[in-house]
Design a protein around this ligand. Sequence first.
Ligand code: F0G
Length: 449
Amino acid sequence: MSHPEPFRIRSVEPIHLIAPDRRREALEQAGHNLFKVPARDVFIDLLTDSGTGCMSDQQWASLHCADESYAGSASFERFQAAVRDVTGFPEVIPTHQGRAAERIVCETLLTPGDVVVSNGLFDTTHANVDRVKAIGMDLPDPAALRNHDPSPLKGAIDLKGLESALEKERVRFAVLTCTSNSFGGHPVPLSNAREASRLCHARGVPLFIDAARFSENAGMLARRDPDCRGRASREIAREIFSLADGCMMSAKKNGLAHIGGFIALRDKTLADKLRENLIVTEGFETYGGLAGRDLDAIAIGLKESLDEDMLGQRLGQVERFHASLQTHGIPVVLPAGGHAVYVDAAALFPHIPAEQFPGHVLACALYLEGGVRTCEIGSLMFPPGARPKGSPELTRLAIPWRTYTDAHLEHVAETLTRIAAKKASLHGMKVVSAPPALRHFRAVLAPVG
Ligand code: F0G
């Protein structure tokens, strides 16, 4: 069956596959760190879906009509109305991206030794919790650690673990990362969010949603969760938000914008405290480090990401790519995530131990073999101790919204197949130097031996 995109393309950006020896040179000059490879030397960029998608004609048009007033702009009013409509939270605080929202929440709420529990904090959230000397505790559903377990809803928080942490630890707040980006991009099921909310609230612990991929979470629930089948994604998302006290959002993902984020919540007193922090470092409370035009692009993007046709295309493309890799015999995390396909690099390269970063070895090989840029999610991104024992060694192939065609993704599948055929010739990597926090962004690496 064909799956036509619910849009047509009217602005294109040429891309080029540079020669293999130039790719090798670019990777060496980058210290084997793909974040340091110039984008012009990349053919197909699956490093992230963050701020890299394609905006719609309506979004581009809104930029021109934006209000750049310092305070109380009409763009802010439209942004606030859209965030309220999608989340149901009355208090809306714009930030320049997700990690700024995280910093403000962590600096305001946490004291040293506090614990933040989660189904899986993403890298920047972990770093912001660490920064204030609190402890980020990931409690993923055990199924999330079994890459080949095909259960449809693996983004859940482990409720037994949550209950025990709430009893024994000084938990200051909980976070449900929707979707669980560090464990496969799986959705948090509705029943799990309900139960997590009940457990947290019984102990007076606030629950936040990391909403970066809230619409993909809802769209996957509509397709996979018996509690949600047949419901509109917008309604499912609203119910998930209704179970929480607030959310932190990177609008670079399901806001379909190139930059932006927000905090939204119910409690006005807490919101005002957060605004005091915001104003010192991000900007006035009606723009939070963004231009008026960014606020307008997000206001429209939030709604487009819940449009059933757009969301269906988005999830469908990732699923087709996932199925194609399986047909090529590539070991992928089951089932498909909402924004990415995750390759089980430990299974692909059984001869490369976790401490030699099989996920990063594959990321480098994808670049050398086919000019494809991806991102490791494993022991390089999360050094030992940062995540539960047995966490997977993955290479994430993140698909930006509305950007690449299935033919582009077929090139990636063919590249992976060629790498799999010569895997014995690939060797591990080691870190030569790295900063203490978020080391994967800036580390210098080298082949082992
Ligand atoms: N939360 C999640 C679940 C994320 O995936 C990210 C970013 C953030 C928060 C931080 O948001 O980038 O706007 O500051 N993830 C990107 C990625 C970078 O590639 O997955 P940000």
